[in-house]
Design a protein around this ligand. Structure first.
Ligand code: AMP
Ligand code: MG
Length: 492
């Protein structure tokens, strides 16, 4: 029996300049190294049939499933602030779309499946390391409850890709609500193709923002919707210490999912200026800059939509500015509410912001581990004898003591019990994040020793980030000084 993909493709029915029809390039000896069985079921796919040599061939791009209409999507984008009028899927191919069990249309895309007309100087391939990193981090984000593309499978191709050295080649099967990016709009806008912008806007309204179709001004409402989702998304990133690393406009999804995991990282010590990406020399995409950059990217989207807003350009600009003006308020509200929950507050009072600022300040000055400080704070909310474990995160533990006094005075103003507070804090402060040193160790074991046991174990731990999982306590620990990862790479 052969695996059936219930494709219902819609993007491939858009005008011909939206994409290039191109099939994946067959590879030598595909081997399935990971299949996300629950996700397969969610997509209406049979995991047992995918977990066969034939399934591996499909997931490596060696064999096309029936009903696939493989395309590489066209897009443009600002990369580190510089506009590039043509990027596009240079190493990814959309096989098609399926409607999942919840009725949501999902793209099924192969990443690393060979060259396309958009490959420019690239080989269209992916190395095993970045494929495993994207698999781990995207699935960790999902388990944390943050909107993200998903990973359905990883295969090794049996071929090598040449980077700085020869590395095992791999293909990731990525699942997304769609792969439409801010850069997709820019592709048409840069060509003066207003019909293209409109057709794309109609497609994404229908697909991601159906509620705005009925609005008097659907394109304005579309921008409002994207602004709202990006504001919420970036707040969620900050609240778990996530640094995307390459927030170019082509890596900003219109659906509001986290997309394109490259040199991304979760920070260990809290530092608003933290950068890991080797290519981000100016710190443009530093942890604390992410809200500002999201607004910058949304402003580029708004520019593309101006011709749909009004024939009167000045009016259109004014309307766009009005909508973009909501970003900061939406972001700040989501971020502040999230931080209040992280320190165990149920209500909102004057002085809360200063209290939270006080903690973050002390954390930054004392190189406190972001994740563990909040997680252990939950234990301290239950029982002050657990304060020692929070104090231990601070270079100068007294910095915590002073803050803790103010914190307890504030907690005393709320009626909830310590146990209610502890439970509420446990579901917002993860114990487990994909720590960089763990991700690197997984990649090294797989690349150097063909050993996937560490990968499997890390995925298991990260699938329940809010549970204590005492048997995996070591995974909650920050790196030892000699394990610290100082830089991450795209590896493309
Ligand atoms: P990314 O770094 O994944 O956001 O990619 C930026 C752009 O470079 C996109 O247009 C990619 O398709 C393209 N690209 C990245 N790596 C490769 C590669 N190995 N071969 C071809 N195109 C690539
Ligand atoms: Mg990209």
């Amino acid at each position: 029996m052969t695996v059936h993909f219930p494709f219902q493709n819609s993007y491939a029915a858009l005008p011909a300049n939206f994409f290039a029809r191109v099939a994946p390039t067959p590879v030598a000896a595909p081997r399935l190294i990971k299949l996300n069985r629950p996700l397969a079921v969610q997509l209406g796919l049979d995991p047992d049939l995918l977990d066969t040599p034939e399934g591996a061939e499909i997931l490596a791009g060696k064999r096309l499933p029936e009903g696939a209409d493989p395309i590489a999507m066209a897009y443009a984008g600002h990369q580190f602030g510089q506009f590039v009028p043509q990027l596009g899927d240079g190493r990814a191919i959309l096989l098609g779309e399926v409607i999942d069990r919840d009725g949501v249309r999902r793209d099924i895309q192969l990443k690393g499946s060979g060259p396309t007309p958009f490959s420019r100087r690239g080989d269209g391939r992916a190395a095993l390391g970045p494929v495993l990193r994207e698999y781990i981090v995207s699935e960790a984000m999902f388990a944390l409850g943050i909107p993200t593309t998903r990973s359905l499978a990883a295969v090794i191709t049996g071929e090598h890709v040449i980077r700085e050295t020869a590395l095992p080649g791999a293909v990731l099967t990525r699942v997304a609500a769609s792969h439409v990016r801010v850069g997709t709009f820019q592709f048409f806008a840069a060509r003066g193709d207003t019909d293209g912008v409109r057709a794309l806007a109609d497609h994404v309204i229908n697909r991601h923002y159906p509620e705005v179709a009925k609005s008097d001004r659907p394109y304005h409402a579309l921008l409002e919707g994207v602004v709202a989702r990006q504001a919420e998304l970036v707040a969620r990133w900050l609240l778990v210490g996530f640094i995307h690393g390459v927030m170019n406009t082509d890596n900003t999804s219109i659906s509001g999912e986290t997309i394109d995991y490259g040199p991304c990282a979760f920070m260990d010590d809290y530092n608003p200026a933290q950068v890991y990406s080797s290519i981000d020399e100016m710190g443009r995409y530093a942890y604390g800059n992410q809200p500002r950059i999201a607004l910058w990217n949304l402003t580029r989207l708004a520019e593309c939509l101006l011709p749909l807003f009004s024939d009167d350009q000045e009016k259109a600009i004014e309307q766009a500015q009005f909508i973009l003006g909501d970003f900061s308020e939406k972001f700040s509200a989501a971020y502040a509410a999230g931080l209040r929950r992280k320190i165990g507050l149920f209500g909102e009072r004057d002085g809360d912001e200063a209290l939270i600022e006080g903690l973050l300040d002390a954390m930054a000055k004392n190189q406190a581990d972001f994740t563990l400080t909040f997680r252990r704070l939950g234990d301290a909310a239950l029982d002050a004898s657990a304060d020692e474990n929070v104090r231990a995160q601070f270079m100068d533990p007294q910095a915590f003591d002073e803050w803790a006094t103010r914190w307890r005075e504030r907690l005393a103003l709320e009626p909830q019990t310590p146990s209610e507070r502890h439970s509420a804090m446990c579901v917002v402060n993860p114990a487990f994040i994909p720590r960089n040193h763990r991700v690197e160790a997984v990649i090294a074991a797989a690349t150097n020793d063909d050993n996937y046991a560490p990968f499997e174990e890390l995925l298991t731990v990260l699938s329940k980030p809010y549970d204590d999982q005492p048997q995996y306590a070591a995974y909650a620990e920050p790196p030892l000084p000699d394990q610290r990862v100082l830089q991450t790479f795209c590896g493309t």
